[in-house]
Design a protein around this ligand. Structure first.
Ligand code: N01
Length: 551
């Protein structure tokens, strides 16, 4: 994205590394997954590990997404690592939903506390990785010419890290400033007095809108699909609550591992249709007041599967929109009708809907009058031109596969991952790909990943991978690979389970619908974390059933 101003990186001179180092494992990425993988493989198993990270700092998602209003949708006290009780006890979160700088500080603290930096190479984007069948090793190359040979390749590249910049005609002609939310400049952006346009109303756009509106001269939000969002109700952390959480941390983390979505509260098995409308409204009112993801997981279990139940909760949210937004036409435009609630990843917001009551904010429906082009002075839709000084793309990501396919990964016999996945990704448990021996994906497609509180999903995968490598070392095995038939069976299961849910019904990044030409396939496993964990454990108990080893 050359024309997008992004986080400035100190460019290193184009280093040439003539020698190939031989090590045990390469980890790609130094975000939540990569840091965890480095710690577990190096300090737990004693492996010689090298992490390569494209950015000039650690943090992954929380390094890149520094747009105004960026904060986590999961609550701080469980959106963190559980692998060290000392870490959990010593870190103090300031509020219920931490802002991006706080999570970035946390991950930097983790890097220092566990002495991880000495094995992390920053500004080292991996461009190519090729498996050598003769040695059962991966040859990994970075953009600056560094080359290492490693027995294992662990892709910890994140599910949402390949920013999607839509190919709108004239995009490069814009004379003002343009930014993608996932490539935000470290020094920030000044909006004072400026005419700002924002494209996209997913989680990023919904978080950024109120903050930009508070500063901009005028903000125009270009909305293609309205989204259901519920209030976060962020608040500072009360020291007594934090102390109580710390006393109970082991049990809290146990609950995150046992619940469907990785949250420390269990979903309630209650049908929307089995109770009176009055009782239902009372429950929804309470959840709306409490805010956050509990609205999804703590209300009614049938909203994920039953269209009628889902419609009741969807209409409840639409009623709140009509209540909050003063102009009835704008309110109606903000009401989603084209997808069931939660079939697109539901955002959590702070003052999103009420922002449309401000005089300096307008909403433009680009579904009925699509964006035609970007011009040097702004944006043209089918029926108007909007003069802009700043254009913000909150247009999301090529989710779950983009960052993997951006690298040239070649497995056994030189097969390209891009070819193996030409009709959509196929994996065994989201952990391995047939034909790509000794390569592991942390929270890869086909695992619950993005439908689970991410650190919980990540730690599970890192543990599984580390245990698998330990098993191989104990048994003198050099090569592990997903068997084709086991992978086919898992891919079929992932697709079949999704058909019984509403997740496969929306045009969301969950199914790749946001990227033109991307095969439509459900990317995460929708069967829930407990079932998935059981399956992963059963595979291990059966001697890594479905995986093939060779000495
Ligand atoms: O991206 P999105 P995001 N013309 O794909 C629109 C995580 N996250 O960055 O829906 C016009 O959700 C697109 O429209 P449509 C979270 O998992 C977490 O907001 O395709 N519009 C949509 O409105 C989230 O789900 C957190 O019709 C275009 C928007 O851009 C995921 O990241 C915070 C367009 C993209 O929404 C992605 O969220 C932020 C075009 N050509 C993100 N192209 C926290 O936990 C795209 N759009 C805090």
């Amino acid at each position: 994205m050359p024309e997008i101003r992004e986080t400035r990186m100190r460019r290193e001179p184009n280093r040439q590394h003539a020698e190939t180092r031989e090590i045990d494992a390469v980890v790609i990425g130094a975000g939540f997954s990569g840091l965890c993988a480095l710690h577990r493989l190096r300090d737990g198993l004693g492996l010689n590990v090298q992490v390569f990270e494209a950015a000039d700092g650690v943090g992954g998602t929380w390094y890149w997404n520094r747009y105004p209003g960026a904060r986590c949708d999961s609550e701080s006290f469980y959106y963190c690592y559980s692998f060290s009780d000392d870490l959990a006890q010593e870190w103090e979160w300031s509020s219920r939903y931490p802002e991006q700088p706080e999570i970035e500080r946390y991950l930097n603290h983790v890097a220092d506390r566990f002495d991880l930096r000495r094995d992390i190479r920053l500004q080292a984007r991996v461009t190519r990785a090729a498996f050598d069948d003769a040695s059962n090793c991966w040859d990994v190359h970075t953009e600056h010419g560094e080359q290492v040979r490693a027995r294992f390749l662990v892709c910890a590249v994140g599910c949402l890290s390949d920013a999607n910049l839509p190919d709108i005609p004239g995009r490069n002609s814009f004379a003002g400033e343009s930014y993608h939310t996932a490539r935000w400049p470290r020094d920030g952006v000044g909006f004072k007095g400026k005419r700002v346009g924002l494209i996209g109303t997913g989680s990023s756009g919904i978080q950024a809108t109120p903050v930009i509106a508070a500063e901009a001269g005028h903000l125009t939000v270009f909305q293609r699909t309205p989204n259901f969002t519920v209030p976060a109700r962020n608040a500072p952390f009360n020291p007594d609550d934090q102390a109580a959480i710390k006393r109970d941390y082991a049990a809290i983390f146990d609950r995150t591992r046992a619940s469907i979505g990785g949250f420390p509260y269990f979903g309630i098995d209650r049908s929307t249709l089995d109770i009176s409308p009055e009782e239902r409204t009372k429950i929804l009112d309470e959840l709306w007041e409490e805010g956050g993801f509990k609205f999804i997981w703590g209300g009614f279990s049938d909203i994920f599967t039953d269209p009628d139940a889902n419609e009741i909760v969807s209409e409840y949210i639409r009623e709140r929109i009509r209540e909050i937004v003063a102009d009835p036409e704008t309110a109606e435009l903000l009401c989603p009708y084209d997808h069931p609630y939660t079939s697109k990843r539901p955002p959590i917001d702070t003052d999103y809907y009420v922002t449309f009551n401000r005089d300096n904010v307008s909403l433009v429906d680009v579904k009925s009058a699509p964006i035609r082009e970007i011009t040097p002075t702004g944006l043209r839709t089918a029926d108007a031109h909007y003069d802009l000084d700043v254009l913000v793309y909150a247009t999301g990501f090529d989710a779950m596969t983009g960052s993997l396919l951006r690298m040239d990964i070649r497995g056994s016999d030189g097969v390209r991952l891009a070819d193996a996945w030409a009709h959509g990704p196929r994996t065994l448990l989201g952990l391995q790909v047939a034909g790509f021996p000794n390569l592991f994906t942390v929270t890869g497609p086909g695992s619950p990943s993005v439908l689970v509180n991410m650190p919980t999903a990540i730690e599970h995968h890192v543990e599984w991978i580390a245990d698998c490598i330990a098993h191989m070392n104990r048994n003198g095995q050099m090569r592990i690979e997903a068997a084709e038939d086991a992978q086919d069976a898992w891919a079929e299961h992932v697709a079949e389970v999704a058909e019984h849910t509403l997740w496969s019904k929306g045009n969301s990044w969950y199914v790749g619908a946001n990227i033109p030409g991307k095969p439509r396939i459900i990317l995460p496993y929708t069967g829930g974390q407990p079932q998935y964990r059981e399956r992963c454990q059963a595979v291990v108990d059966a001697g890594y059933e479905g995986f093939e080893f060779s000495a």
